[in-house]
Design a binder for this molecule. Structure first.
Ligand code: FE
Length: 200
């Protein structure tokens, strides 16, 4: 089944992050990843598997670019999923954050610092390997992700996410992201991950 473009899960205007930025981000960039994922999936089916080669082969390039495009889809969906809220941390996820990070404040300081340090993404993830929450980051969609870490709260720190609204002031963009964080959606994402894994 082809990958589908998911609509933005909120309609309200965000604090600091403009409609123009969101339109470009969702309608052009994210949609582009969905379309490319479908194109690659289609081409993989038709590629000559017998010519596979690690230096260069059509199937090799398709598989490499699939990890880029599809992670671009999933990471953006997780990012848009947690926007549109009031930024007030509450619910079972926050309780779990306190348990796994020592306090909410420690988690937030680490998350913000990761956001200033990364070149691509920061992900609050539930890592199935040790059964706890971690803030992970990566510089490119398909370089640096941790296998088995399920994204819950995702922050996009590529320049396209904030340059129109904040210029090079990434700190203010992260501040705006935290103000717009939808903890209800984040709690739902955490619940879904735990249910899928059958863990408590
Ligand atoms: Fe992005």
């Amino acid at each position: 089944m082809p990958y589908q473009v998911k609509p933005l899960p909120f309609t309200k205007e965000l604090t600091g992050i403009s409609k123009k930025t969101l339109d470009i981000h969702h309608c052009k960039l994210y949609t582009g990843y969905v379309n490319k994922s479908n194109e690659i999936e289609d081409k993989v089916k038709k590629a000559d598997k017998g010519a596979a080669n690690a230096s260069y082969s059509e199937i090799g390039e398709l598989k490499r670019q699939q990890s880029f495009a599809l992670n671009g889809v999933y990471l953006h969906e997780a990012y848009f999923n947690v926007l549109g809220g009031d930024g007030k941390p509450t619910g079972p996820l926050v309780e779990r954050i306190k348990k796994d990070f020592g306090s909410y404040e420690e988690w937030e300081a680490d998350f913000r610092a990761a956001g200033m340090a990364a070149r691509g993404w920061v992900v609050l993830a539930f890592d199935v390997n040790d059964g706890s929450l971690h803030n992970y980051s990566c510089d490119v969609h398909n370089h640096g992700g941790i296998w088995g870490a399920m994204p819950i709260v995702v922050l996009d720190v590529y320049e396209h996410a904030y340059f129109i609204d904040f210029g090079s002031d990434r700190k203010s963009y992260i501040e705006a992201f935290m103000k717009n964080l939808n903890w209800e959606a984040a709690n739902k994402a955490f619940h879904n991950v735990i249910c899928k894994l059958g863990k408590t």
